[in-house]
Design a protein around this ligand. Structure first.
Ligand SMILES: [Zn+2]
Length: 328
């Protein structure tokens, strides 16, 4: 979800092309803890796999226009634990998700009430690593009501919480989100506060929360700014994500930022923490992440199907990784 952005002088200048940036991160594995693959293509999956993205988390979010009925929520949640996870596996990427009612649609109270009733049917499913992305958009009373209700749900299910912080009045919205989480007795170590910037990061870290950063062209953070944040605050409890979705965004934001950190002499151990390990440590508190599922490249078999449906279309040849050296 993006907001308006005034183009600055800097935006209009040509960007230096870093040809061969993938060489800088050769052999590295990445974990993108916020990416909306439902809105992306198979080309994106392939490019992510090629760049070393080993695992991802897809938070439930707003689809760009309001849903009009409960069944579209139900089908969407089902696809996050079903079809989309299968699609990801077809490129060797381990797919997890967080489930929640997003802040924008919390404002449709009639529907929000119904969504709250079906959330328990999904949050205990395999591979659901948190309640998310929830929090504030316009910071309305309805948003607060359903944010609080979902914090209670997270507490009951002992799941991490993935907070979407608002674009407008971000600082206040971020503070409020943290205050309310604490009010509900949730330990900051169970809360990932997302879409941080230079204005919010210090307080989020000081209060013991995880600070996630979205590298999103024009609106949230550019990755040159991200490099500076890591230089200033270090790598503890910081993680970066692409939040790639249906808007102009970049599913390679995590590997590209790792490459830029490398160029800027940030230590490999710190790069690994902010682009891989911290996200795992935070979301593995769900009990749903087994690192053995993705720490090594996984074999791909595109001839498999999910409930009778494949990612291949007529005549396309599946990619099958075989141990066997015989080629037929
Ligand atoms: Zn998102």
């Amino acid at each position: 979800m993006c907001c308006s952005h005034e183009l600055s002088e800097k935006d209009l200048q040509p960007i230096t092309v870093h040809a061969g940036w993938q060489e800088n991160i050769k052999g590295m594995r990445f974990f993108d803890p916020h990416v909306h693959m439902t809105s992306r293509t198979t080309d994106d999956y392939q490019a992510m796999a090629d760049a070393g993205v080993a695992a991802i988390i897809e938070p439930a979010f707003w689809l760009g226009q309001p849903r009009t009925g409960l069944d579209s929520f139900r089908d969407y949640y089902s696809s996050l634990v079903g079809w989309e996870r299968f699609r990801s596996s077809q490129f060797g990427i381990k797919h997890y998700c967080t489930i929640g009612l997003n802040s924008k649609e919390a404002n449709n109270e009639r529907l929000a009430e119904q969504v709250m009733e079906i959330l328990p049917l999904f949050i205990y499913k395999e591979g659901v690593v948190g309640i998310g992305e929830i929090g504030f958009d316009d910071q309305t009373a309805a948003e607060e009501k359903y944010y609080r209700a979902q914090l209670e749900l997270a507490k009951e299910a002992q799941l991490p919480v993935q907070i979407h912080t608002p674009h407008r009045d971000k600082k206040r919205g971020t503070q409020r989100s943290m205050d309310i989480a604490i009010e509900h007795g949730i330990d900051p170590s169970m809360v990932i506060v997302d879409h941080n910037n230079e204005e919010t990061v210090k307080e989020v870290l000081d209060r013991g929360f995880w600070a996630a950063f979205t590298i999103y062209p024009f609106t949230k953070m550019g990755n040159e700014r991200m490099v500076a944040v890591v230089q200033q605050y270090g790598s503890e409890r910081i993680m970066i994500n692409s939040a790639a979705d249906w808007g102009i965004s970049d599913p390679l934001a995590v590997p590209k930022t790792a490459a830029l950190m490398k160029v800027n002499n940030i230590a490999d151990a710190d790069i690994r923490l902010v682009t891989y390990q911290n996200a795992i440590t935070a979301f593995a508190q769900s009990g749903q992440i087994n690192v053995a599922d993705f720490e090594q490249a996984q074999p791909v078999n595109q001839s498999l199907d999910y409930q009778g449906n494949k990612i291949l279309r007529g005549g396309q040849q599946p990619r099958i990784d075989k141990e066997d050296i015989i080629i037929r």
